[in-house]
Design a protein around this ligand. Structure first.
Ligand SMILES: [Ca+2]
Length: 218
């Protein structure tokens, strides 16, 4: 095991400790059945089904979306920014909730200060938005709602835990959560030939996804 994933696993342990502390109001979910995905270093990913892969992309990507009845109930996008300082590249997160796509954005300013905004205003942590609790614990931003819990170290590490009810109902870089880690590089159009093509297919929304998918097939 490489040191980068060793570090990532340590972060997962921290993530579990934090989410367990927050789980008092989330009793339907246990540590044994919860499903976890993580990304570290802007290029390393571990899917819900345990597939490890590298994907290098400087754009906004669908990390995990929960789909039900053909609709996205929640969407978590990771923004991989171009700017890197001392080997650390900035990331941000955008969350869309419900059919109306209520938006929560997590970013860091140039000085490293965390910025959390909704569709209409900025939030001072701890706070709530659209039935999701958002707080800062030991320098990590935690977003916790009915379907998922997310931990971001405000740099490159992001961990997402979904409720088991979303098993086999996810799409994105975190995979399809069907318990099979050999079929992760698929999207709604089919199987992709590589991790890079799979990652590219998760860029942005709508036409961008289709165009990148087609370009990878040519
Ligand atoms: Ca799978």
């Amino acid at each position: 095991m490489s040191s980068k994933w060793g570090f990532s696993l340590l972060f997962v342990v921290f993530f579990l400790e934090v989410t367990n502390a927050l789980n008092a109001s989330h009793t339907s979910q246990s540590q044994d059945t919860a499903i976890h995905c993580s990304t570290y270093g802007q290029v390393n990913y571990r899917t819900f089904d345990g597939k490890l892969f590298d994907f290098d992309g400087k754009c906004s990507y669908n990390l995990v979306s929960g789909k039900e009845g053909g609709s996205h109930i929640f969407q978590i996008y990771v923004k991989n920014e171009q700017r890197c300082v001392n080997g650390t590249c900035r990331r941000g997160i955008v969350i869309y909730l419900g059919h109306s796509k209520q938006k929560i954005s997590l970013d860091t300013n140039a000085n490293g200060t965390v910025s959390v905004t909704t569709d209409t205003h900025s939030l001072d942590l701890p706070s709530t938005a659209y039935s999701h609790g958002i707080e800062d614990i030991a320098g990590n931003v935690i977003v916790k709602g009915p379907y998922f819990a997310l931990v971001w170290d405000t740099k490159e590490n992001i961990n997402v835990e979904i409720d088991p009810e979303w098993k086999n109902k996810t799409v994105g870089l975190c995979g399809n959560s069907n318990g099979n880690k050999t079929d992760e590089f698929t999207n709604e159009y089919g199987t992709l030939p590589s991790a890079q093509a799979f990652g590219n297919s998760m860029a942005g929304v709508g036409k961008i996804i289709l165009l990148r998918f087609l370009s990878d097939r040519l």
